[in-house]
Design a protein around this ligand. Structure first.
Ligand code: ADP
Length: 625
C-alpha cells in the first residue's frame, strides 16, 4: 500500500507535536473527546429530520477503553463518521489550525522554540501524537456500507484502506509511547487518571463518556478478602450548572460548585450568573470570594476566567476576560462563538472575546453597584478585602475607568465610624463648602490626630481619611467629583479661611518676616518656607507641602526605583495663635536656632516622617526644659 505524505506545513507542525516537551500533553484526550462529541452532534441533528438515522438521543455515547498490557487507549463514538475522502481531507492537513500561523510569525523571535502554545491549545486530532507513536482511525460514515482504516505513525505519512466496522461512527486507537526518563506516558493507561482527565476537561460534554472501571470490593464469599468488580461508569456529569436555568439552581449548588471548582473552603461572597444574547452569546458564572486567595498579592497570582467553547474547556485562566481591577473574580465563560482550537495569541485578538470581556466587565460593575445599594454591610466587607483593587483601577491606564469605578469606592472619614462613598460625602457637604477635603496617614486614628484636621473640622467640614498609598494617586487622577475638587488638608494653600482671616494672617506673616526668614535659613534646604498659620487649631506646628507632590506621594515615590529624586516641598507652619509664636519673637539667635530645630523635628514626627538625629532632638529638648 502506498504511503501518502502529509502536506508540507502539516508535517512541520506534526514534527513539533511529536517532539513536544510541553507538559500539558494530557489535553489530547479533551481534543479527541470533543471531536467525538461534535461528530455525535452532527448525527443527532440529522436524526431530527432524517428517519434513516436509527439512533435516538439516548443512544449516543462516547466510549473509552484501556488495554494496559498492549499500551492501547481507544476512543469510540457513534457519531457521523468519515468517508475515505473525509479521512484524507480532515486528517491529512493540520494547517488550517491557527497555531501554525503563530509558529511561522514567531520563527525569528526568541520564542521560536516555544511550542507550548501548540500544546496548550491543541491542533485537535494531532495532539494525540504527543503521547502515542501510532494512531489508527477506523471510521464508517453515515449512509456508507464500508468503513475505512487510516493509520499513521507520524511524520512519515499515513495510509487509508477499506475495512469492516459494525456501526456508524469512529474508533480511534492510540498506541501509547513507552515511558522515558522525563515522561510518564503510562499514566494515560491508568483508568483513574483517565477518569480524572475526563472530569477535568470534558465534564460537561453533553453525551455520556463511558469506561469500564474496576473497583476492589469485599468478597461476599470470603470474609476479609477482596475481589475486583468491573462496572461500566459514566465519567462526566453532562449538564454544566451554568447552562441550567437559574430557577433550577439552589444557592448551595452554586456554593458547592464554586468550592470544588476553585478550591476554596468558604462560600463565595457573591455569585453572578448571567446569560447573554446579542452581539455575543455566552453564559457566565462568576464568583467573588470571601477571602483573598493566599497568593493574591504576589506576582504568582494569575487572574482569569475559565473559557469554554460549547461546554468544552479551552483555557483554564483566560486573562483577557477580566480587567486587573477585577482580578479577584473567579469563574467561567461558555460561548459557542469561540473556536475550540484557538491559540492564546489569536485569542487575544479575537473580536468575539473582546465583546464578551466588555460585557463581563459591565456585568460585574453592575452587580457591585447593586450590592452597594442593597446590602451595605456585605459590600463593606467585600471592599475591605478587595477595595484596594478598585482604587488601583481608578488610577490605572491614565484613569480610563475612573468614571465607571468612582462610585464603587469607600473611604473612612471624620464623620465617624464606618465608610462613606464620595456621593454620600458630597451629599453631606455644607453649602459654603466648595471642596472635598482629605487627609493622608497610616490609619484613621493617626489621621484624626493631625494638627490641620481640627481647624477644618471646626469649620464644619468633613475630611476623608486616605489610608492606602494609592488613595491620593487615585484621587489625583479623578481630579474632581460632582464638580468638587479634592483638597489635601496638608497643602499649604488650604483655603478654609474667610477673607478677613486671610488678610490678618498675611499681615502677621509680613510683620514677622525677619523672624521667619531666619528660621528658614537655619533649616536650609529641608523646607521651602516657614510660615505663620491660622489653620492649626490648638496645635503648635505642622508640616504642609507646596506644589503637586504631597507628603504621602513622596513617601510612595521614594520607594520606587527611578523616583529617588522626587521630594515634597515642605512648609513649616507655626500656629500664630499659639503661645509658641510669641516665644519665638522674643528668643535670641541661639535660642531661636534650638526652637526651630525642635519645632521642625516635632512637625516631621507628627507627619509620620523620620528625623535625622533623634538623640540631638532629645538632648535639645531636655536642655530647653
Ligand atoms: P478540528 O476538530 O478543529 O476541526 P481536528 O484535527 O481535531 O480539528 O479534526 C479535523 C476534522 O476531522 C474535524 O473537523 C472533523 O471533521 C473530523 N473528525 C475528527 N474526529 C472525528 C470523529 N471522531 N468523527 C468524525 N469526524 C471527525
Amino acid at each position: 500500500m502506498r504511503k501518502k505524505q502529509f502536506k508540507a506545513e502539516s508535517k512541520k507542525l506534526l514534527d513539533l507535536m511529536i517532539n513536544s516537551i510541553y507538559t500539558h500533553k494530557e489535553i489530547f484526550l479533551r481534543e479527541l473527546i470533543s471531536n467525538a462529541s461534535d461528530a455525535i452532534d452532527k448525527l443527532y441533528f440529522k436524526s431530527l429530520t432524517d428517519d434513516s438515522v436509527e439512533l435516538s438521543r439516548n443512544d449516543f455515547k462516547i466510549n473509552l477503553e484501556i488495554d494496559r498490557e498492549n499500551r492501547i487507549v481507544k476512543i469510540s463514538d457513534n457519531g457521523i463518521g468519515m468517508t475515505a475522502e473525509e479521512l484524507e481531507k480532515n486528517l491529512g492537513t493540520i494547517a488550517k489550525s491557527d497555531s501554525l500561523n503563530f509558529k511561522n510569525e514567531n520563527e525569528d523571535s526568541e520564542h521560536a522554540d516555544d511550542i507550548s502554545v501548540i500544546g496548550q491549545f491543541g491542533v485537535g486530532f494531532y495532539s494525540a501524537f504527543m503521547v502515542c507513536d501510532r494512531i489508527e482511525v477506523v471510521s464508517k460514515a453515515f449512509g456508507e456500507d464500508k468503513a475505512n482504516r487510516w493509520v499513521s505513525t507520524g511524520v512519515d505519512g499515513y495510509t487509508v484502506e477499506e475495512c469492516d466496522k459494525d456501526g456508524v461512527g469512529t474508533e480511534i486507537t492510540l498506541y501509547i509511547k513507552e515511558d522515558t526518563e522525563t515522561e510518564d506516558y503510562s499514566q494515560y493507561l491508568d483508568e483513574n487518571k483517565v477518569a480524572q482527565l475526563v472530569k477535568k476537561y470534558s465534564d460537561y460534554i453533553r453525551y455520556p463518556i463511558e469506561m469500564e472501571m474496576s473497583h476492589s470490593v469485599p468478597d461476599p464469599d470470603n470474609e476479609g478478602e477482596y475481589i475486583n468488580e468491573v462496572n461500566v461508569e459514566t465519567l462526566n456529569s453532562m449538564v454544566p450548572i451554568w447552562r441550567k436555568s437559574k430557577s433550577e439552581i439552589k444557592p448551595e449548588d452554586y456554593n458547592e460548585f464554586y468550592k470544588s471548582k476553585f478550591f476554596d473552603f468558604t462560600d463565595p461572597r457573591l455569585v453572578i450568573h448571567s446569560k447573554t444574547e446579542g452581539q455575543a452569546t455566552f453564559d457566565a458564572l462568576m464568583f467573588i470570594p470571601e477571602n483573598a486567595p493566599y497568593d493574591f498579592y504576589t506576582k504568582e497570582y494569575e487572574k482569569g476566567l475559565q473559557l469554554y467553547s460549547n461546554g468544552v474547556l479551552i483555557m483554564d485562566k483566560c486573562p483577557d476576560l477580566l480587567p486587573d481591577y477585577f482580578s479577584f473574580v473567579k469563574g467561567l465563560v461558555d460561548s459557542a462563538d469561540l473556536s475550540l482550537n484557538i491559540s492564546r495569541e489569536m485569542l487575544q485578538h479575537d473580536h468575539q472575546l473582546k465583546i464578551i470581556a466588555k460585557a463581563i466587565d459591565k456585568k460585574i460593575k453592575n452587580e457591585l453597584k447593586k450590592m452597594l445599594s442593597n446590602d451595605r454591610e456585605k459590600y463593606e466587607a467585600f471592599f475591605k478585602t478587595f477595595g484596594l483593587q478598585l482604587k488601583y483601577g481608578v488610577y490605572a491606564n491614565y484613569g480610563m475607568e475612573k468614571d465607571a469605578l468612582k462610585d464603587l469606592l469607600l473611604f473612612e472619614s471624620s464623620n465617624g465610624d464606618g465608610y462613606t462613598t464620595l456621593k454620600e460625602y458630597v451629599g453631606r457637604m455644607a453649602e459654603s463648602q466648595e471642596s472635598i477635603y482629605y487627609a493622608c496617614g497610616e490609619s484613621g486614628d493617626k489621621i484624626a490626630m493631625l494638627p490641620q484636621l481640627e481647624a477644618v473640622k471646626e469649620k464644619g467640614y468633613e475630611v476623608l481619611y486616605f489610608t492606602d498609598e494609592v488613595d491620593e494617586f487615585a484621587i489625583s487622577i479623578l481630579m474632581e467629583y460632582d464638580g468638587k475638587h479634592f483638597v489635601n488638608i496638608s497643602k499649604d494653600d488650604l483655603d478654609i479661611s474667610t477673607d478677613a482671616e486671610k488678610e490678618a494672617i498675611k499681615n502677621k506673616n509680613e510683620e514677622s518676616k525677619e523672624l521667619l526668614d531666619k528660621m528658614k535659613e537655619y533649616l536650609g534646604d529641608e523646607v521651602s518656607a516657614v510660615k505663620l498659620s491660622n489653620k492649626l487649631g490648638s496645635h503648635p506646628v505642622s508640616l504642609s507641602t507646596e506644589g503637586y507632590v504631597t507628603l504621602e506621594m513622596a513617601k510612595v515615590l521614594s520607594q520606587m526605583p527611578g523616583s529617588e529624586g522626587v521630594k515634597a516641598q515642605l512648609v513649616l507652619e507655626i500656629n500664630s495663635q499659639h503661645p509658641i509664636a510669641e516665644k519665638l519673637e522674643k528668643a535670641g539667635d541661639e535660642e531661636l536656632k534650638k526652637y526651630t530645630m525642635l519645632l521642625y523635628s516635632s512637625a516631621r514626627l507628627i507627619a509620620g516622617l523620620d528625623i535625622d538625629n533623634p538623640s540631638e532632638f532629645a538632648d535639645t529638648l531636655a536642655d530647653m526644659m
